[in-house]
Design a protein around this ligand. Structure first.
Ligand code: C2E
Ligand code: CA
Ligand code: CA
Ligand code: CA
Length: 278
């Protein structure tokens, strides 16, 4: 038994070693990815149900790893958050999204705002306002075409969150609360947050047709936004049934595979061009 115990410990140690080696490898790879430009942004259209018009788009990062191929954000963003590498990555995302949006506007395409996901680290940075301002100045993008998405978990420190949001709002950018309903931000705080819209998390949207409580939650969030004078968009809308439920409940905007998955910048550009011509 003693010998078994000993070998358990050895296995444990070597597993730990390989986990930390993997992390080290990932960290090195991420550093290289930043300098080698291995990231790209895809864009997912947001549409107004009634008119079918594209009223926004969300920028979503993808990593084109030279050996491992495509890596989804869920596989590296959490690690990038832990290691602090999220800061330079996020700065790249913000700059790239604004530059691309301005390029489309310069090309005469319809002016459609872009939403960028903020990381919690970024949201805690004291110079966030200055950084965002710098990117707007540098790319020439008018602030009303930029929306910043924060999650409920970033608003845990309520006073800090309100102060940061007010600073961002002074720039003239839009702010939304992403994955709404999954966190536990108190509803009474919501009215104090200077945000423009809520994004209903796709976990609620997914089951609205099967689960009466999810349907009730979604309907309640929508009606609450109306009373608070906030805009609202439902995420992860995949089916016609979900769409008509949302429409009936007066949610005006949707994002999801039903209309389109996230697209490369080229494809998003073509989609914008098509609406100009039609
Ligand atoms: P999110 O902000 O909630 O983004 C929406 C995610 O839902 C995206 O996954 C999108 O591809 C996916 N999605 C959209 N429509 C549908 C649908 O109809 N059905 C289903 N099943 N999924 C749908 P993605 O691109 O893999 O991103 C995952 C998460 O990674 C994002 O969740 C966001 O939290 C994070 N992320 C992505 N890009 C960035 C970024 O540039 N910066 C930061 N900080 N986080 C990012
Ligand atoms: Ca988001
Ligand atoms: Ca979301
Ligand atoms: Ca999410």
């Amino acid at each position: 038994a003693k010998e078994n115990g000993k070998s358990d410990i050895q296995i444990f140690n070597s597993e730990m070693r390989s986990v930390s080696l993997q992390k080290l490898q990932l960290e090195n790879d991420l550093r290289r990815a930043i300098t080698n430009n291995e990231f790209v942004l895809h864009y997912q259209p947001q549409v107004e149900i009634e008119s079918g018009q594209i009223v926004g788009m969300e920028a979503l990062i993808r990593w084109n790893h030279p050996q491992k191929g495509f890596i989804p954000p869920g596989d590296f963003i959490p690690f990038a958050e832990q290691s602090g590498l999220i800061v330079p990555i996020s700065e790249w995302v913000l700059h790239e999204a604004c530059q691309q949006n301005q390029a489309w506007q310069d090309a005469g395409l319809p002016k459609v705002p872009v939403s960028v996901n903020l990381s919690s680290r970024q949201f805690l940075q004291h110079n966030l306002k200055a950084k965002v301002d710098q990117v707007l100045q540098h790319t020439g993008l008018a602030p009303q075409f930029l929306e910043l998405e924060i999650t409920e978990s970033m608003t845990m420190d309520v006073e800090h969150a309100i102060a940061s949001l007010l600073e961002l709002k002074q720039l003239g950018v839009q702010v939304s609360i992403d994955d709404f309903g999954t966190g536990y931000s108190s509803l009474s705080y919501l009215k104090r947050f200077p945000v423009d819209r809520l994004k209903i998390d796709r976990s609620f949207v997914r089951d609205i047709m099967e689960d009466p409580s999810d349907a009730a939650i979604v309907a309640t969030i929508i009606s609450m936004t109306r009373h608070l004078n906030l805009k609202v968009i439902a995420e992860g809308v995949e089916t016609e049934e979900q769409l008509s439920f949302l429409h009936r409940n007066q949610c005006h905007e949707v994002q999801g595979y039903w209309f389109s998955p996230p697209l490369t910048a080229d494809k998003m550009g073509s989609m914008l061009r098509r609406i100009t011509c039609s």
